[in-house]
Design a protein around this ligand. Structure first.
Ligand SMILES: Cc1cc2nc3c(=O)[nH]c(=O)nc-3n(C[C@H](O)[C@H](O)[C@H](O)COP(=O)(O)OP(=O)(O)OC[C@H]3O[C@@H](n4cnc5c(N)ncnc54)[C@H](O)[C@@H]3O)c2cc1C
Length: 531
């Protein structure tokens, strides 16, 4: 792995124009009650608080895959690395993503959900991951797969490891490691005279003050998910009985479940019917097959579909055995077809209603997963239940009992040695301190789905501070004019729209056909971009 740790602390020498620590820096260089209470800050109030101020034209908050993609597009558009600071608590942009995929049973060697052309390291989508894997492994199989999908084959998707390794390579090419400053961003506030102050709390001991401020014309927010969500009944059980061993969330480390099941036979109850539930089931069944285990799998559905459904032939959803099958988390046309154009035109309630029509928990209908579950059903070790949960209580012999209420009101008690909650990630915008602050102090508002309201080009509505403005992308903007925001391709689309807007404002060059072609050649030859 690249040695980038040396560049992650605040280093004013890499900033385009740095302002030295203000004279007479106060005791701690911390936020004052006056700053916290004031919506628009003057330079004087910040320096009076003893907070060192660094100037940089653009700040990106997050440092995950969204910030990485944004940096990549802007570097392709001709931006020098010193023009952008990425403020992050991560060591590498794929860190949170790798953590979440790994615990939810997609280690580096397993395949992701998104397709061959969704490539965070490659703005052009060519050559795709399938071509690159075919080239590296000297096999035509991946190319044959993408040419015949989804009719003859399931969608071809890359291995997680391929995505991380190619991002690492691109990070070195664009000088990404020189652009990051480590720490936790506390807030972004508007500045008298234009632009913003972004307040960073650097890791303890790396700076002489508690906070540092970045004064910039533009701010880009890509902070991902606020945190892991738990089903309320499972959370209540965990809190009451202090048991986070038998009741686990698929987005937290739960390897002990699989290890315990290898030691002795047991019952596992899975809740959820999306791709993460599919992955957990695959892991349980792979282990069963590989080690000759006797694991009994119980699967609880709240809604159980037995037949395909939909308002019209074009919106028909394939469903069977409780699952709704769909290759990606939105219909494919949401990224570049009819649904994309439709979302762009809809406003307010009409947009919310269209989201509702297309949304829902789905999983790809992969042949190997279907085969495993069919086998489990016929051999009796995979059983499904339908209903809502009334309570979860400790049972006998180390079990946890779920009381399931079915539609007709009857109650069934389902004991299991482990319960795995595979129902999703938290997405309440106010749970993220940065967004709560933005809504309360900077004029940002909510979209029809209750998340951050952004324009078609991902500028946050209501926060512009001429000549500056702020952009946001990722899951916190779901509900806007583009549905696939929380995907690699969606992040790339958003980054392109932001790059175009910044080009219109004169910050970077527009990525026209000539620049795009010449930059692609550089990418293909892995030519380092000028520092
Ligand atoms: C299990 C799983 C599988 C997925 N699979 C796919 C897939 O196959 N294909 C696909 O296209 N998409 C997939 N996605 C969706 C999406 O592409 C990823 O979640 C992607 O990582 C989103 O990028 P991001 O930049 O928005 O968030 P992240 O990559 O999480 O980066 C944001 C980071 O910002 C940091 N941060 C937050 N607040 C602050 C703060 N105040 N100060 C400093 N730093 C902060 C956090 O460390 C956070 O992780 C998947 C998501 C999950 C959870």
């Amino acid at each position: 792995m690249t040695d980038h740790n040396s560049t992650i602390s605040i280093d004013s020498s890499v900033l385009s124009t740095s302002v030295p620590d203000p004279t007479g820096a106060s005791e701690a260089g911390d936020l004052t009650p006056e700053l916290i209470a004031t919506d628009v800050w003057s330079d004087e109030t910040v320096t009076q608080a003893g907070i060192p101020v660094y100037d940089v034209p653009l700040v990106s908050v997050g440092g995950g895959i969204g910030s990485f993609i944004m940096a990549d597009f802007l570097r392709v558009a001709g931006m020098a690395p010193g023009q952008m600071r990425i403020l992050t608590n991560l060591d590498v942009p794929w860190q949170t993503y790798e953590y979440l995929t790994k615990v939810s049973q997609i280690p580096r060697g397993e395949r992701l959900r998104s397709d061959s052309q969704s490539m965070p390291d490659n703005a052009w989508g060519f050559p795709s991951y399938a071509f690159r894997e075919a080239w590296n492994d000297k096999t035509i199989a991946p190319v044959w797969n993408v040419c015949t999908e989804p009719i003859l084959n399931d969608y071809w998707t890359p291995k997680a490891g391929q995505v991380f390794e190619s991002m690492e390579r691109e990070a070195a090419r664009i000088g990404y490691w020189e652009m990051i400053s480590k720490g936790q961003v506390r807030m972004v506030r508007r500045r008298y005279g234009g632009g913003y102050f972004t307040i960073l709390t650097p890791p303890q001991g790396t700076t002489s003050t508690k906070r540092v401020a970045f004064r910039s014309t533009y701010v880009h927010l890509a902070v991902g998910y606020p945190g892991v969500a738990f089903l309320p009944d499972l959370q209540a059980y965990r809190t009451k009985y202090q048991d986070s061993v038998r009741v686990v969330n698929s987005y937290e480390p739960h390897e002990h479940v699989y290890e315990e099941l290898r030691r002795r036979p047991g019952l596992v109850l899975i809740r959820g019917n999306g791709i993460v539930a599919s992955r957990v089931l695959q892991r349980l069944i792979d282990d069963r097959d590989r080690y000759g285990l006797q694991t009994q799998i119980l699967h609880l559905f709240r809604t159980y579909r037995t037949e395909s459904f939909g308002p019209s032939i074009f919106e028909r959803r394939k469903a069977r055995n409780g699952w709704i099958y769909q290759g990606f988390n939105w219909p494919k046309s949401s990224w570049g077809g009819g649904n994309k154009f439709k979302f762009e035109k809809l406003e307010g309630e009409a947009r919310a209603a269209y989201y509702k029509r297309l949304a829902g928990t789905t999983t790809p209908g992969r042949k190997d997963w279907i085969e495993q579950l069919n086998r489990g059903r016929s051999e009796g070790w995979y059983r499904t239940y339908i209903g809502t949960v009334d309570s979860v209580e400790p049972g006998s012999a180390g079990t946890v009992v779920t009381r399931v209420v079915s539609k007709d009101g009857s109650v069934l008690e389902v004991p299991a040695h482990f319960i795995v909650d595979a129902t999703g990630l938290e997405a309440n915008i106010r749970e993220h301190r940065l967004f709560a602050d933005l809504l309360d102090h900077s004029g940002a508002g909510l979209n029809p789905l209750g998340r951050l309201d952004v324009e078609r080009h991902f500028e946050i509505r209501g926060v512009a501070n001429q000549p500056g403005t702020m952009y946001a992308m990722g899951t916190m903007t779901l509900g806007g004019y583009f549905a696939g925001v929380d995907t690699f391709l969606g992040l790339q689309y958003a980054a392109l729209r932001v790059a175009d807007d910044l080009a219109r404002r004169g910050f970077v060059n527009k990525i026209g056909p000539l620049r795009s072609t010449s930059q692609w050649w550089k990418w293909a030859r892995h030519k380092e971009l000028p520092r």
